[in-house]
Write a protein that binds this ligand. Structure first.
Ligand code: SAH
Length: 334
């Protein structure tokens, strides 16, 4: 398939509804060839909504007036126990940049999870840290790290983040994580304020060049109490086209059907899988904290988005022809 930048520009801007069918067919073919008709599951544990950063789009930014919580390590272990019994073999620990979680505490926690569940992968998604910190976490046994680059355009980055945050540092983190042997996840929001076709083309070029093992994309959704609270949400259709394009540009990528997509569209997850996605990340956080990790409005954490409803989700995937194996679901090296 020709994916020159002119063609990508056309695919992203045309109102022709058949482009998604064509992109999806090619994306499915490539994914099925490498991974089969399988969707990998990750148990998402939202460990804290305390954050020292002040990203303009995020509902748990420092200045947000939200109620704050953090899980104790023993609560996180309990989430993993529940998840392992349900069939999860990857645990994703995500949170704001919370200084309470020092390297010592996180390394002890990662070590405990890996000892109790040696057959499972641990993914961290805790924002930017120093190279030394990443190195210690890797030594403690963490397998993967998700850190969306958010945008590959420096000026756009500056529009989405406060001056104290730097595009170069975020990119440096991704390079360090790669260098330290993590499976690395990058990604971006679709339709974030200030995004243009040109910034998207830079995101795609970055992905084609860096080739992250994982790419998380989902529509931007406004969050109350943030500077972008009145901005429009991103487009489901464009998100689906981008999922397919990313699969075609980087066929081996692990590509989640994100919660944001499920939040904007009732069958968003299924449509994402049909556009080439092959990962879902149901919520494994304690029930009473789920609503507090409100990075955007109306974020789903119930129904098929909840880890307890895995059977439900499995049936939905089977209905469109996909298995959900009990497996770590690692990046498939050539
Ligand atoms: N502190 C971690 C985790 C952030 S939450 C980090 O910095 O990596 C995970 C992702 O949610 C973010 O990377 C961002 O791309 C996405 N996100 C945040 N606010 C959002 C919003 N309003 N709409 C859609 N996605 C959002």
């Amino acid at each position: 398939m020709n994916l020159s930048s002119n063609e990508l520009r056309r695919l992203l801007t045309t109102s022709d509804p058949t482009v998604l069918d064509e992109l999806g067919a090619e994306a499915r073919r490539l994914r099925d060839e490498i991974y089969g008709r399988r969707v990998f599951i990750r148990g998402l544990i939202e460990i804290s909504n305390h954050c020292r950063n002040n990203c303009l789009y995020c509902g748990i930014r420092r200045d947000a007036a939200c109620r704050r919580y953090r899980l104790a390590p023993e609560q996180i272990m309990d989430c993993c126990r529940t998840g392992h019994a349900l069939g999860f073999r990857t645990f994703v620990l995500q949170g704001g940049e919370d200084a309470w979680f020092t390297d010592e505490k996180l390394c002890a926690l990662v070590g405990d999870i890996k000892r109790e569940f040696p057959d499972s992968a641990v993914t961290l998604s805790l924002g930017e840290r120093g190279r030394e910190s990443f190195a210690r976490l890797r030594e403690a046994g963490a397998d993967r790290y998700l850190l969306r680059h958010e945008t590959a355009d420096r000026d756009h980055y500056a529009l989405l983040h406060p001056a104290a945050m730097s595009f170069d540092h975020r990119m440096q983190c991704l390079a360090d994580l790669r260098d330290l042997g993590f499976q690395v996840g990058a990604g971006f929001m679709v339709g974030s304020p200030g995004q243009t076709v040109d910034t998207l083309l830079k995101d795609l070029a970055f992905i084609a060049d860096f080739r992250p093992e994982m790419v998380g994309i989902g529509p931007f959704i406004p969050a109350d109490g943030t500077p972008f609270e009145h901005e429009p949400a991103g487009s489901v259709e464009i998100t689906l086209r981008l999922l397919a394009i990313i699969r075609i540009l980087h066929p081996r990528v692990l590509l989640p059907a994100t919660t944001a997509l499920g939040t904007l569209h009732p069958t968003g997850r299924e449509r994402a899988v049909e556009a080439g996605a092959n990962v879902v990340m149901p919520n494994l956080s304690p029930q009473d904290t789920r609503a507090l990790y409100a990075i955007y409005n109306n974020k789903l954490s119930t129904g098929s988005e909840a880890a307890e409803s895995l059977t439900d989700l499995r049936l939905r995937m089977q209905a469109i022809g996909y298995e959900m194996p009990v497996a770590r679901g690692d990046f498939q090296i050539e």
